[in-house]
Design a protein. Structure first.
Length: 75
């Protein structure tokens, strides 16, 4: 990853925690998630997205924003 940018944050469901969202550009290479933090990782298109976070969450806002950016880059 490169060009990492802060997107936003919101309180997390656990006490005294904060969920932070960032955008980044893919620099190349294999997808290697940190399984201490994640259970899975994948590349998906707008048509092949799995079930996503509900509206009103920072995760959903990040996904929606990314889809808009991707659609604009394909126009």
């Amino acid at each position: 990853m490169e060009n990492i940018r802060y997107f936003g944050s919101q309180p997390w469901a656990f006490p005294s925690n904060l969920m932070m969202a960032f955008l980044a550009d893919y620099a190349g290479g294999a997808l290697r998630p940190d399984y201490a933090e994640l259970t899975d990782a994948l590349w998906a298109t707008a048509e092949t997205l799995p079930e996503v976070a509900p509206k009103g969450t920072i995760a959903r806002s990040l996904i929606d924003h990314s889809l808009i950016l991707m659609a604009g880059s394909q126009a």
